[in-house]
Design a protein around this ligand. Structure first.
Ligand SMILES: Nc1nc2c(ncn2[C@@H]2O[C@H](COP(=O)(O)OP(=O)(O)OP(=O)(O)O)[C@@H](O)[C@H]2O)c(=O)[nH]1
Length: 308
């Protein structure tokens, strides 16, 4: 068994505790800008809040008219701006251990002095680690909402979006439609050509779906060979037309798989949101429509009609 060293009580412990209490009080009430800045930044992982805190603390020392921050995080172009510009500017590339975490630009009417620039750099050097953490948090959040094979949003992202869409549809009375689309006999593709070809086909299908819909529509990988398309401001008949367009786009895919070209069809189920129903009920209706499409011959679209 391992020997665990015992903690010796010593007479200095009350003094250490008193010193700790004092340090904690100082830490809480410190007028020191760097301690206050890092303490405030440590309370959140939101990059937006980091920049708001940074702007406030920085502006109290080096006044500026505009703070502009920009960073590409995965597919997201993150932009944060306060204020209304000015002819003089200083620009900083925020990087840590060779990795870039965005570009920060300050503008104002008066020229920045050398001392002020040195002050800005001191403050930025204290903020860079928390900013790195906030950027990484966004990247991790993005990854958790993205399907790693196809690069499109995954089921978790879809469930969130569906919930938001049902609230918006309810509030504004706008029609929102959902298409579930499932590739036909996909197991046979894997069995005949192998999983690598199956994966390739899924990637091409995802890209074709994104091309077939409007930029305001969203495509999700819902499961193995199943995709979901959320169509804002789209009534039932228009959604059915989109589903048929999607089926044509998928049917047009050609993959060179050795002796002969591989092609595939898809079945689609459509449901338009009904007032008062939950997002799960909406999804279940689209699923039921897809089930009918599968069981009525595949390569077709079925609508769970809102009017009986
Ligand atoms: N290559 C590949 N195959 C997958 C992936 N996810 C699921 N699959 C396969 O997709 C197939 C789905 O098979 P089924 O559910 O029987 O459906 P199907 O063969 O398309 O038949 P129907 O949907 O009834 O037309 C299974 O063989 C899964 O292994 C994936 O990420 N890559």
């Amino acid at each position: 068994m391992k020997n665990i060293p015992s903690i010796h009580k010593s007479s200095s412990q009350p003094q250490k505790l008193a010193a700790l209490r004092q340090a904690h009080q100082d830490w809480n009430n410190t007028p020191d800008v760097l301690t206050r800045l890092t303490r405030r930044l440590s309370t959140t992982l939101s990059l937006e809040q980091h920049l708001a805190i940074l702007a406030e603390e920085l502006g109290a020392i080096v006044p500026f008219d505009t703070l502009n921050y920009r960073h590409q995080i995965g597919k997201q172009d993150f932009v944060y701006t306060t204020g209304m510009g000015g002819p003089h500017r200083c620009e900083y590339r925020l990087s840590l251990e060779g990795v870039n975490y965005g570009i920060l630009v300050l503008h104002r009417k008066q020229r920045f002095s050398e001392q002020e620039l040195a002050g800005v750099e001191m403050i930025l050097s204290a903020a860079i680690c928390p900013i790195r953490n906030a950027c990484q948090f966004i990247a991790i959040e993005q990854a958790s909402l993205t399907d790693s094979l196809t690069g499109i949003p995954n089921k978790r992202a879809m469930v969130d979006a569906l919930q938001r869409a049902s609230l918006l549809s309810e509030r504004h009375g706008e029609p929102y439609s959902l298409i579930l689309c499932d590739l036909d006999h996909f197991k046979a593709v894997n069995d005949t050509h192998g999983h690598v070809v199956g994966d390739h086909l899924l990637q091409i299908a995802a890209a074709e779906l994104e091309k077939a819909v409007r930029t305001s529509d969203s495509v999700y990988r819902f499961g193995g060979e199943e995709f979901a398309i959320l169509l804002p401001h789209t009534p039932e008949q228009d959604a059915k037309d989109v589903a048929d367009r999607i089926r044509s786009a998928i049917a047009g895919i050609r993959i060179d798989a050795g002796e002969k070209e591989l092609n595939i069809t898809t079945s689609c189920g459509v449901a338009t949101f009904l007032p008062k129903e939950s997002s799960q009920e909406w999804l279940a209706r689209a699923d039921e429509a897809l089930y009918r499409a599968k069981h009525q011959g595949r390569n077709c679209t079925r609508v769970f009609a809102t009017i009986s």
